[in-house]
Write a protein that binds this ligand. Structure first.
Ligand SMILES: [Fe+2]
Ligand SMILES: [Fe+2]
Length: 186
């Protein structure tokens, strides 16, 4: 409880004094970016990131399949969109793998179990419309799953949270692109 007359700002001092900060930074320097102040459950963060990594890779594979299989009147512009999304998902996969390594984890790139680790599904689709719909569903799965992860990371791991926020924003753009494609194709 604050005493009368004490300004409220004094109730929230800077969290760690500089001497302690400096001393802590010198311990366990082999942990690199993982400092004493890292308050997230690192193992869980790495596990979640590996699920996001699997999701991205499944999305790369599905978009690539759709890119090569796209045929029909509207195929060229749709195929271009599929390829662009495939490349962006690959970029996300790389960013996530990089962050896992920074957190002293190991990116799980084992093809065995990939579909189980992934949240999004791999559906080939019979027609161009089917493909777009399946990609849209996969984006919507990624959007909800990444939003959950972001809430979980909260302020315990702001860097991972921000990374996933940027990726989430792009998945929302992807979903928007796909829904617009569906609309133009009737
Ligand atoms: Fe992605
Ligand atoms: Fe996406």
């Amino acid at each position: 409880m604050a005493e009368k007359g004490v300004k409220r700002v004094a109730e929230k001092p800077f969290l760690t004094d500089i001497k302690t900060l400096r001393e802590r930074a010198r311990k366990h320097i082999e942990n690199g970016a993982i400092t004493a102040g890292y308050s997230a459950d690192r193992e869980t963060v790495v596990k979640l990131l590996n699920e996001a990594l699997a999701t991205e890779i499944v999305c790369v594979l599905r978009y690539k399949r759709h890119y090569f299989m796209a045929s029909g009147i509207n195929a060229e512009s749709v195929a271009t969109e599929f390829l662009q999304h495939a490349n962006e998902e690959q970029g996300h996969a790389d960013q996530i793998a990089q962050r896992i390594v920074q957190l002293k984890g190991e990116p799980d790139l084992n093809p065995a179990g990939l579909l189980t680790r992934s949240h999004a599904e791999y559906v080939e689709g019979d027609s161009l419309i089917d493909m777009i719909k399946e990609d849209l569903v996969a984006e919507r799965i990624a959007i909800d799953s990444y939003r959950d992860m972001i809430n979980y990371f909260g302020s315990d791991d702001p860097t991972t949270r921000r990374l996933m926020e940027d990726i989430l924003a792009m998945e929302e753009e992807h979903a928007d692109d796909l829904v617009n494609l569906l609309a133009t194709m009737g």
